[in-house]
Design a protein around this ligand. Structure first.
Ligand code: ADP
Ligand code: MG
Length: 407
């Protein structure tokens, strides 16, 4: 049995016109001889009627709160609406389909409501249904804990549902359909001349996704990478095949540029706060221990950490900034707090050891009078922290400096 997994994101299901495109992608692949497993997200984005964030607003608008277990029940509704709507559209096209929830599709997770981890997938029911139906529709983002409670997989969870199911079913490919023409050299909403990449390696997109390129969830890529299943990121609104994600050796004889290019793309995480703590004495290690222990105990995730002999500088999300400040004040550490920053990343497998990359970054940013607040690097990424009002300019300048608009 040749199985193909197709995942359709929120904007791909939000309008009648978009759903028309979804149907045509399904029809084409049925004609190509595949048995289809279609994973769906909730329709639309925040503010639209059945989007997951809109469902959450029902609770916050009432001024109330909801236990995490019950909140997951509410959050899971959007995917059920998408899946059943799609089932009815397929029925009118005389294509047989069945809808399975995450639990029915065999997603077994831990108990961490709102951000559950998949423990394993037992896709017996999916395989059974594939024997009789043209299409098995699976609600993305959902799982079931070992106690039988419904869980959700966190932001971008439907991407993870799709690649995990693809791996469990030994599918030929997982197609992630979205509203852009594949993986681009930068977010096209910010960098207008961002170019689609025809091929990327798992490692390249994994790094980009971890640095904020939200076109696919990093966990979804990690699962695909572990099982070696190829993923295509492509647009619902065109017939273009988008970007193929695989191991470089999986690209066989084609000229991909994956091995040669040193910068693949630029990404960002907005809305972060820089925190600086310094000790008056010469040895800061007690202070550093106090700081990072306090952050951990209060469940504040820290990033971009630079430790110096006398102190530390690091970032937290703006949403955690007030809490972090209060904790550090209480410890008598007198932190310096700079909210409204953005982390901008230059990503590429070939950065390692190439001279002059940092010089180019500094040049690009200083030409635009963008101040670098902090920087760090690894063998695949160089990060700079800038003020959020400089972020767009920084992204465009770096994209241009590395000539990514012309690949
Ligand atoms: P979906 O609802 O289909 O899951 P998402 O909003 O999660 O869609 O992801 C698609 C969006 O990702 C695009 O509209 C684009 O703005 C954004 N994006 C960010 N970085 C990139 C990138 N490097 N390449 C493509 N899209 C990107
Ligand atoms: Mg998404």
């Amino acid at each position: 049995m040749r199985i193909l997994v197709q995942k359709f994101g929120g904007t791909s299901l939000a309008s009648k016109e978009a759903r028309g495109h979804v149907i045509s992608h399904i029809k084409r692949e049925l004609k190509n001889g595949y048995r289809l497993v279609v994973v769906v997200s909730a329709m639309g984005r925040k503010g639209e009627p059945y989007a997951t964030d809109t469902l959450l607003d029902l609770i916050s608008a009432g001024g109330g709160s909801l236990p995490a277990r019950e909140q997951d029940l509410l959050l899971s509704c959007g995917e059920i609406i998408s899946a059943t709507t799609l089932c009815s559209l397929l029925q009118s096209e005389l294509i047989s389909s069945v809808v399975l929830t995450g639990a029915q599709a065999g997603f077994r997770t831990d108990q961490q409501f709102g951000n559950a981890r998949i423990l394993d997938i037992v896709p017996t029911r999916v395989l059974e249904e594939l024997e009789h139906k043209d299409v098995v529709i699976v609600t993305g983002f959902q799982g079931q804990s070992l106690d039988g409670d419904l869980t959700t997989l966190g932001r971008g969870g439907s991407d993870t549902s799709a690649t995990a199911l693809g791996a469990a079913l030994h599918a030929e490919m997982v197609d992630i359909y979205t509203d852009v023409n594949g993986i681009l050299t930068a977010d096209p909403r910010i960098v207008e001349d961002a170019q689609p990449l025809e091929y990327v390696s798992y490692a390249e997109i994994c790094n980009m996704a971890h640095q904020g390129a939200k076109v696919i969830h990093p966990r979804a890529v990690e699962i695909a990478m572990q099982s070696g299943i190829p993923v295509r990121v492509r647009s619902t609104f065109s017939e273009s095949e988008g970007t193929l994600v695989a191991n470089p050796e999986g690209f066989k004889d084609v000229q991909t540029g994956v091995v040669d290019r040193y910068v693949t793309g630029i990404a960002y995480v907005a809305n972060v706060t820089q925190i600086t703590v310094e000790s008056q004495s010469k040895t800061g290690h007690n202070l550093q221990l106090k700081v990072f222990k306090a952050m951990a105990e209060n469940d504040i995730s820290v990033d971009f950490i630079n430790v110096t002999p006398s102190g530390a500088v690091y970032t937290v999300f703006d949403s955690d900034s007030a809490k972090a400040e209060a904790i550090l004040e209480q410890l008598g550490l007198g932190p310096r707090i700079l909210t409204g920053c953005a982390k901008v990343s230059v990503i590429g497998g070939g950065i390692n050891g190439v001279p002059g990359i940092m010089a180019k970054i500094v040049e690009a940013l200083s030409e635009q009078n963008v101040q670098i607040l902090q920087s760090a690097d690894s063998n695949t990424t160089i990060w700079v922290l800038v003020n959020k009002e400089d972020m767009v300019q920084a992204l465009r300048a770096l994209h241009a400096k590395f000539e990514l608009g012309r690949c």
